[in-house]
Design a protein around this ligand. Sequence first.
Ligand SMILES: [Zn+2]
Length: 328
Amino acid sequence: MVLRKFLGVALILLFALVIILPSLIIQGLGRLRSPVEVETQERVVRLLDHTRGEVIALPLETYVAGVVAGEMPAEFEMEALKAQAVAARTYTLKKIEEARAKPDPKHPQADLCTDPTHCQAWVPQGALRQRYGFWQGLRYERKILQAVDATQGLVLTYQGELIIPVYHSNSGGRTESAEAVWGYDIPYLRSVLSPWDRESPRFRNTVTFTLAELDQKLGVNLSAVPAAALTPPRGQAIKVEEYTPTGRVKTIRIGDKTFKGTELRQLLGLSSTDFTWQVEGDRITFISVGNGHGVGLSQYGANGMAKEGKNFLDILYHYYRGVKVEKR
Ligand SMILES: [Zn+2]
């Protein structure tokens, strides 16, 4: 009797293991692969996979999920992921509009590419399972799909036009205006406070070079200069000539050359243009605050706002001034 009961229970467990569990997993995976909505023709993104040189066609919402997975850490709060999804969708539709009016010379057959330095980062289905392991990756994929689903079709507009929804990792405490970085005013990309960024692990970043390395990278001759001349306030060999209104380096004189802050950031791989430096012996260390150009939405700021209970609309309206969120 006991044995039969045991066998009965064992059979039910076996059934659950063999039939129900795999079907649940497959259902989950199928859900991940299927288009989030019934897509119409113009809602298909032609995407150049820049690593393979192939153009693939993807439903808009599926593409947006791949961008959120590529651009924002999946462990971030749901409302931050939703804000990122709206920004990514806006950028995508803007690029499609532009590409169909005038094809992009870098990829005339595609609306966008997967190169984050040109368009926006995108990772294919399954990338998160590779990065985080199967179960955690699956959980994160579902979380991102949920963020994309919940904001389906929502975009950011200013005076009826899709905005340029730029974003960065961490502003260091105050975002930068478009004017200070790119030289022209964009009314919704003005400097705003972002105190949440200070809590983030990527708030301060340092990078060290020998003076000889710096000379080589910049084409200057600091190795010949006495160390005292390299450190402010008395040293004049490295000197900030102009700061932006938020205190980032706009132009800096190094040896006999003048660099834009943005240019130096690129040449030396600094995490932002909000930096100072220290010289010790023949080594120079740059200490940067924040991560990225600082314009538009701060991803760590968005995560901090979400932790305080703010929703994705609060986040978007904070970082993009005077915009509307509407369905397209
Ligand atoms: Zn591109």
